[in-house]
Ligand binder design. Structure first.
Ligand code: 2M8
Length: 492
């Protein structure tokens, strides 16, 4: 059914867009052609060198689409995740601008009245037993009057990369010109107030007063769920007696359960959902009751750079007061990230807000200052050298010179397990994007080309084993396909 919907609408849009972008013969009627071959040929014209990867990436996004949303992954994540949707929209924009705009519109349909953009917008058509915890466990509209009741959503958040997506979609549309550029400008003006409400929510409800960092109340909110950056704060989360019995579904979708978080970790994840629910998903209450409260440097850095971009959009829409407000968010957030750089490692450190302790494990989140942008050149070059050096992308055991999620030199490094060691192409994309913006184009190109080399297996895995290059986690993960597409179209 879902496939049929895409075939009827979005697939045609993809092929139409591609046809629109290349000179040459018109595409024959869809029914009369082998569509994969046609796409491959079109992409070959656009991108000599890597046509097959790009075609497969486009088809992965198409296959994961319900017509309205892109599932984060075909089986493991059958709904729309917030930061995934932003990356997916960036990939989609390279082949299908209307579908890219729709992706963000569908996501923001789940935004709460107080501006909160939930980390999952559930697909009402998906099987109810497909993902745990589902809408029946979150019960958001029962516990918070601002929550969206339709579509149903989760009650926590994801890193705020959305303004980056809006900016990127606008640039792609402007470069392609014509009617689509005009439509995209109108669309950006329409979505801007929603993104502004999201940033205002974060500034109001999530800024920690003592550190200036953005507070997360659940490891899921960081997007780096079981990263060892959270080991210390999770160690003091005590699971209460009210934790409902549950069966994990996620482990069935990976080739080895060791690639996923442990049951011990899952108990804590689900307990924090119970805590959030009991607090009515209210940040004020969670500051009093939450047993996991962390100042997240990566989240804060993303908020800083996204607020800069949104400020520029506000100016272009002739809203100078809002532009100044957003600029102020960016300046404050960036300063908070820079104030949390650990002198000895050179990496930024998260803070356990319940104890005040700095969390110094060497994870990829430590490169947050590069993502925040605006670093003084000498500080930036030190961090870039660290990134490309032997503790990170230059470590001798790696199959591709790409930064793993945890340094291979850290005792916490586990090359097979999720955010504890594997390489995440989507994170590499974010780093490359930020490096390009701060004048580090050569380093960005090197990382991009190594990542494309890694993606030549065309599995678009969620993450990769850093030493063997083996695909891990979910295969055909949407955001991996999306960033591949963005890189390849940029190269073409
Ligand atoms: C992973 O997180 C979800 C929970 O949100 C899960 O493991 O069930 C993370 O990698 C997260 O960053 C990502 O957004 C999500 C969907 O790809 O999967």
């Amino acid at each position: 059914m879902a496939r049929a919907r895409w075939s009827g609408v979005a697939s045609c849009l993809v092929t139409r867009q591609l046809v629109g972008r290349v000179a040459g013969p018109k595409l024959p009627a869809a029914s009369a052609v082998n569509k994969i071959e046609t796409l491959r040929n079109l992409i070959l014209t656009m991108m000599p060198g890597s046509p097959s990867i790009a075609a497969r990436a486009a088809y992965t996004l198409r296959d994961n689409s319900t017509g309205l949303i892109t599932k984060a992954a075909p089986a493991l994540y059958p709904h729309q995740w917030s930061w995934d949707a932003a990356f997916n929209a960036i990939g989609l924009a390279t082949v299908d601008l209307p579908r890219a705009r729709l992706e963000l519109d569908s996501l923001f349909a789940g935004q709460w009245r107080n501006g909160l953009l939930p980390h999952i917008v559930f697909d009402p058509a998906a099987a109810t037993d497909g993902y745990w915890p589902g809408p029946a466990q979150w019960e958001c509209s029962l516990h918070n009057e601002d929550a969206s009741s339709f579509p149903a959503t989760s009650g926590i958040i994801d890193p705020p990369v959305h303004a980056i997506a809006v900016d990127r979609i606008l640039s792609i549309a402007t470069a392609s010109g014509g009617r689509e550029a005009e439509l995209t400008r109108d669309w950006a003006a329409g979505i801007y107030p929603k993104v502004l409400a999201w940033h205002r929510f974060l500034a109001r409800d999530r800024t920690d007063k003592s550190t200036g960092l953005m507070t997360v109340f659940h490891g899921w909110e960081s997007g780096t769920d079981n990263s060892p950056r959270w080991d210390a704060p999770y160690a003091s989360v005590e699971v209460g007696v009210g934790l409902p019995a549950y069966t994990r579904r996620d482990k069935a979708h990976v080739s080895d359960a060791c690639q996923r978080p442990t049951d011990h970790e899952y108990d804590r994840y689900l307990w924090l959902v119970e805590e959030a629910k009991a607090a009515g998903y209210d940040a004020g209450l969670l500051r009093e009751t939450g047993s996991f409260q962390v100042g997240d440097v990566l989240f804060t850095a993303i908020f800083a750079t996204a607020s800069d971009l949104l400020s520029a959009l506000a100016l272009s829409l002739h809203r100078p007061d809002e532009a100044a407000e957003l600029k102020d968010y960016a300046v404050q957030a960036r300063a908070a990230v820079f104030c949390h750089v650990d002198e000895s490692s050179g990496l930024a450190a998260d803070v356990d807000l319940r104890t005040g302790e700095w969390l110094r494990t060497e994870t990829c989140a430590g490169f947050a200052p590069l993502i925040a942008g605006g670093m003084p050149a000498s500080m930036r070059s030190r961090l870039v050298s660290l990134l490309m050096g032997p503790r990170w992308a230059g470590h001798p055991s790696l199959s591709f010179p790409l930064p793993p999620s945890t340094s291979p030199c850290s005792p916490a490094y586990d090359p097979d397990c999720y955010w504890r060691g594997p390489v995440w192409p989507v994170f590499t994309w974010l780093l490359c994007w930020a490096l390009n913006r701060s004048g580090e184009g050569e380093v960005a190109s090197a990382l991009r080309s190594s990542s494309i080399d890694q993606l030549r297996d065309e599995t678009f895995a969620e993450y990769y084993q850093p030493e063997t290059g083996a695909p891990l986690g979910s295969l055909h993960q949407s955001w991996t396909a999306a960033v591949a597409l963005d890189w390849l179209i940029e190269l073409g």
